[in-house]
Design a protein around this ligand. Sequence first.
Ligand code: ANZ
Length: 943
Amino acid sequence: MPRYNPAVIEPKWQNYWESNKTFRCPELPAGDKVYVLDMFPYPSGEGLHVGHPEGYTATDIVARYSRMRGKTVLHPMGYDAFGLPAEEYAIRTNTPPRVSTEKNIANFTRQLKMLGFSYDWDRSLATTDVAYFKWTQWIFLELFDTWYDPAQQKGRPIAELPIPSDVQSAGEHAVAAYRDRHRLAYQDEALVNWCPGLGTVLANEEVIDGKSERGSHPVQRIPLRQWMLRITAYGDRLLNDLDALDWSPSIKKLQADWIGRSTGAEVDFPVCSAEAFASWKASRATRPFPEVQPDDSIRVYTTRPDTLYGATYMVIAPEHPLVKKIVTSAQKEAVVKYCEAAAFKSDRDRTDGDKKKTGVFSGAYAINPVTGTPIPVWIADYVLIGYGTGAIMAVPAHDDRDFEFATAYHLPVVCVVRPECAGEALQSILDGTACYTGPGKAMNSGPLDGLGTDDAKAKMISILSESGIAKGAVNYKLRDWLFSRQRFWGEPFPILHELDSDGNPTGRMRGVDRDQLPVDLPHLEDFKPHGRPEPPLAKAADEWLYVTIDGKRYRRETNTMPQWAGSCWYYLRFIDPNNDKALVDREKERAWMPVDLYVGGAEHAVLHLLYARFWHKVLYDRGHVSHPEPFQKLVNQGMILGEVEFTGYQRSDSTWVSTASIEKGESGFVERATKQPVQSVKVDETAVTKSGDCFVLLADESIRVDSRAHKMSKSRGNVINPDSVVSEYGADSLRLYEMFMGPLEATKPWSTKGVNGVRNFLDRVWRLMIDTQSDTNALVDSVQDIAPTPEQNRVIHSTIMNVTKDIESLGVNTPIARMMEFVNFFTKEAVRPKKAMETLVLLLAPYAPHIAEELWEALGHTTSLAYQPWPAFDEALTKSSEVEVPLQINGKVRAKVLVPADATGEQLEAAARGHERIHELLEGKQIVKAIVVPGRMVNFVVK
Ligand code: ANZ
C-alpha cells in the first residue's frame, strides 16, 4: 500500500478493535480509574451531525490517553431514545416507534464506529430497552416511596414519615392520603399548557405568545392532575453542592439562577370588605382601621420587607383562591373576563418585561399592617400563582414592575428608600416620578427611618414577627418538576389506581410490586391524540389497563414519563449494564463513580444536569449510591457553525461598494455618499482574501466584504454530514480537524479547507515513515534504529511535554500544532531515529488512532498501541543546550552570540567582549556600564 489510504486502514483497525475487544473495560478497575462520559445522543432519523464528534473526539482523546497512562478507563456510549419524533413518525406512517427507533440506533452505531471511538460497545444501552426502563421504573418507585425530612435534610422511606395524631385518628384512608401528599413523587393539579388543536399538553418552551410553536394553535392553561417530583425539597442541596464541583463558573451560575434562591419574608395583610371600607371612609375615621376579617388575610412574599411603608396597593394572581372570595359584585364581570384571558398566557408572556402590564381592581381592600391604611387589592397577571404565595405587596417607588403598573393605573407612589444620588435624579425619586430599586436609607418608615436597607429588612421582620404578622421566608424559582406526559413513547408509570366495585377510582393508589417490573408499553394500533387531555395509553386493551390483586381491581396509570427520565441515571447503568438484581452493583458503583469527565452541549446546562443531580441525591439518601454528586468535572463543547459566508454589496449597475461605505437606510442598506440602495450579493470564498482583520475582494482590495458563520440548519443548506467528510478525507482527518478548530468550549465555524489542511498533515506523517514507492508499508531509508542527536532529543522531549500538559488540561487543540512542528522538523532531518517516529505515533494515537495503529505496525509492532505506555519526557532535555543572546551597544543590537544555556553573567559578558564585531565597536570607547541578563541579553552603555 504505497499511499496513505484511510478507506482501507480505517475499517481494518475498526474490525481489529472489535474482534479483539480492545476497549472492553473490566468489571472493576485495576488501580486508578477514569470514567469518561459523553452526553448520549437522541438517535434522530437524520443521523450524526458534525457537532456530535466534537465532544466525542475530545473524550476519546482523554480515554485513549488515560489507557496509555495505565488507568482503567470506563468509556461507554448509549442512546436517549424515547421522545416525540419517533411517535410523530409513527402517527404519520403507522410504523411502531420501536421499529423506527431501532433503525435510527443502528445508523448512529454505524456512524460512531466509523469514527473509531474507543467505546466499550458491550455496555451500550438505550433508554427504550425494556431491561433498562425496568430500572427507570424501579427508581420512580423509590421516589414514590420517599419523603423529604427537612430536619435531617434527607430523603427517607415513606414508612418513617411521622403521622400526626389527628390524621391517625381519622383512619386509614386519611393516613394514606397524608403519605401521598408527602411523597417525592406525588400527584397534583398542575396548570398545564393544553393545546386542543394538537390534542396535547405542551412544555412552556413549546408555547410562544399563547400559541403552540408548531401549527400556531391557541394554548390554554388548564388544571390537570399530573405527576410531580418534589425537586424543590432538594433546592438547597442542589445549590450548595455546586461549590465542590469542577464545572465552569458560567454553568454553575446558570444552575444557581435556575434554582433562584431568594430570602425575604412572608407578611399577612388582613382583607376588609368594600362595605367596611366605605363606612370607614364615610366616617372619616383615622387609623387604626377596625373591621378587619382576619380569616381572609392575603399572605405575600417579599424580598424587601424594609419597603412595607411604601406598599400602596396589593396584587393577587388571577388564579389565586381569594379572587372569588373578595371580588365585589360591581367588579365581578370585569374580573372574570380578565382571569379567563390570563388563562391563555404562558408564564413567560406574563413576566415579559417588554409587554404592557394589565390588571383589574377586585373592589376589595386590605390593611397595610404597619400604616394601618387600607390599600386596594388588584388582580394582575404579572404576579404568578406558582411563585412565593401568588400575591404581592406592591411598592411602586422601589419595584420596576409595580412602578409601571402604578403609572398605568394611577396608583400612589410613596418613596421609602432614600438613595445616595443627588440633584434631579434624587428629586424625581423622592417625588415618586421615578423608581429606585437599589439599597439606601429608609425614610417615611416610622421606626426604620435612617436605617440601611439590610438593617431595615431585619428590623421589620423582627417587629412584625413579634405580633405574628410576618416571618422570614426563603423562596426558590425552581418549581416542582412536572413529570407526566400525555404521550405514547415514554416509560409507563409503575402505578396502579384502585377502583371501587362500580369501577370508579377510589383516589388510592399503589406502586406495582417490584417483582412485577418492567411495565412494558401496551401494543397500540392507533397513536393519534384524540382531542381530550387523556393519554394515548388509555386506549390500550383491558388486559393491559386493568389489574386485579388480592381481589381488588386497579387501573394502570396511563401517563408516561418525560424524555428526561431515562437520561437521569444512565451513567450508573453503564457501570453494570446487565445486572438484573439491582440498578447497579454497590461495589462497582463505589469503584467507578463519580464520573471524572462529562462532556456535552451547553443546551443541557440546566435541566438535564439538574434533574440527574436530583435523582442522584435521592438515590444517595436511600443508600443506592455512595457519592452525593454524579459528575465531578463537566465541560460544555462549543457549537460548530456552518462555513463562513461572504457577502458583498453592489450598486444597481453591478459595481461593488465596500462595506465600509454603506449604512442602514429606511429599507435596507444604502451607499453612504449617495444614499442610493445597494444589493447584497453572495461572494464565493475563492474571490476574497484576508486583509488585516477584514476580508476584501481579490479583484479589488479596496472593497471590503462581510463575513459571517451561521448555525447549521437544513433550511440554510449549510449542514455538514460526517459520512461525506469521512468518505472524502477519512475519519482520522475529521477527528483531527474537529480538535484543530479551536478550544473545545469555543463556538467555531466549519471549514472544509481546514479539513483538507489536516489531511495534508496526515499525508506528511505517512510519508515521514513510509516509502510510498513500495507495495507494502516499507519504511523509508531515513528511519533508522539509531539514538537521536541532542537537538532531536530536545524536539522529542519538548513535544511530549507540551502535548502531555495540554491534554491533561483538556487543551485538545494545541497539541496538534506541536505535532505539526515535530513533523516539520523531522521531515528536514536526513536520519529519523525510529524512537522519534514511535514517539510521534504514540502522541498522535489518541487523535488519529487508525493511522497511528497502521504506522505502529509498520514500525514492527505486532499488537495494538492502545495500551502502550504514554511516552515519558525529561524536562531537562527540553531545554536547548545553547542559546543565542543579543548583544547591544547603547540599546542597539549589534551582534548575537551562541553561549551555553546555563552560562553565568560573567561568562556571558566575557563572551560578549570577546565577540569580534563587538570588540571592534568598543575600541576607543569608554564603557560606563555593562548590563547583563544571563540567557537573555548584554547591553554595553558607552561614551
Ligand atoms: C415588595 C417589593 C418591594 C419587592 C421592592 C421587590 C422590590 P425574587 O427576588 O425574584 O425572589 N413577587 C413575589 N411573588 C411574586 C409572584 N408570585 N409573581 C410576581 N412577583 C412576585 O422576587 C421577589 C419579589 O418579587 C418580591 O419582593 C415581590 O415583590 C415579587 F422594592 O415585594 B417584592
